[in-house]
Design a protein around this ligand. Structure first.
Ligand code: SF4
Length: 283
């Protein structure tokens, strides 16, 4: 996902990646990697293999130099939880995050299944006697994000992220590029009559159970695929019903549409969770 205006800094602590599914077909990071790799002033990029995964030890200390609170996007030119990023390095990244609680960190991955293992490993190293709650306090300034693009990837991300909620950690989801409709209601079939009338019962929203923030965006670039406005409306309405902040980042540039048009039915939707909004409002 390209950086957005809800970040004040990007921390490219890892770079490079490999595709995991349809959401990666027009990988934005790969385009940037090729540009960087062709630039002789950017020695950390591999000219022969621009998307080779690299852990940037030289950047580990950077957030501690930022004295003012920042909203920091982490590894948006790659995936921090890529298989080629060693657990030991991820632990060091977590340490920096824990040592800089004045910042907020936005992590985003298409490998959500790896986050729980990584957080648990970090916790075992740093809090062997204190148990789970302590680790969750330490990483509370981190917003762990999963990226999904259709129903299947959304369901997988929700399953993978649920244990993080039990640990008291902040979670969000980026549906960008949105490539199909997504129903975020958990067990919705049980809550509707055969004639389609809603049943008044204690409906639990999967999106509200697992995610505290939802970002939706269309694909950009010359090969952009379409995003139907109704898919976005449905997710907006599901978020509203669940009380989850909803952020519409951009439309799809499919068919020559203006990707910078951030309106849906003539309105913008730029909601932020309070702890992210606090940092942004200080800018
Ligand atoms: S996970 Fe993200 S960075 Fe990696 S290939 Fe897919 S779109 Fe690109």
């Amino acid at each position: 996902m390209p950086p957005a205006d809800y970040m004040t800094k990007h921390w490219g602590i890892t770079q490079g990646c490999s595709p995991v599914g349809e959401g990666c077909r027009n990988c934005w990071a790969a385009t940037w990697a090729k540009r960087h790799a062709a630039n002789p002033t950017q020695p950390h990029w591999n000219a022969d293999d621009p998307m080779k995964v690299v852990c940037r030890e030289d950047l580990l200390d950077r957030p501690r130099r930022w004295k003012k609170a920042q909203m920091i996007g982490v590894s948006f030119l790659g995936d921090l939880f890529h298989e080629d990023v060693p657990q030991e390095f991820i632990n060091r990244v977590f340490e920096v995050m824990a040592w800089t609680p004045h910042h907020r960190y936005l992590v985003l991955t298409k490998r959500a299944h790896r986050i729980v293992d990584c957080v648990t490993s970090f916790e075992q190293i740093h809090h062997p006697a204190l148990g789970r709650e302590m680790a969750s306090v330490d990483l509370r300034n981190v917003w762990f994000g999963a990226s999904a693009w259709d129903q299947t990837s959304f369901d997988a991300a929700a399953d993978a992220m649920l244990p993080l909620v039990d640990l008291g950690l902040n979670t969000w989801i980026s549906l960008e590029p949105l490539l199909g409709p997504i129903n975020t209601w958990n067990g919705a079939a049980e809550h509707w009559t055969p004639s389609g009338e809603p049943v008044d019962c204690d409906v639990r929203s999967e999106i509200g159970d697992v995610f505290k923030w939802v970002v939706v965006g269309g694909e950009s670039g010359k090969n952009a695929r379409p995003m139907h406005p109704q898919w976005v409306r449905d997710i907006r309405d599901q978020c509203a019903a669940a009380g989850v902040p909803f952020y519409f980042k951009q439309g799809s540039s499919f068919g020559g549409n203006d990707k910078h048009d951030r309106t849906l039915d003539g309105q913008t939707h730029l909601q932020l969770p309070p702890s992210i909004g606090d940092v942004m409002n200080r800018k």
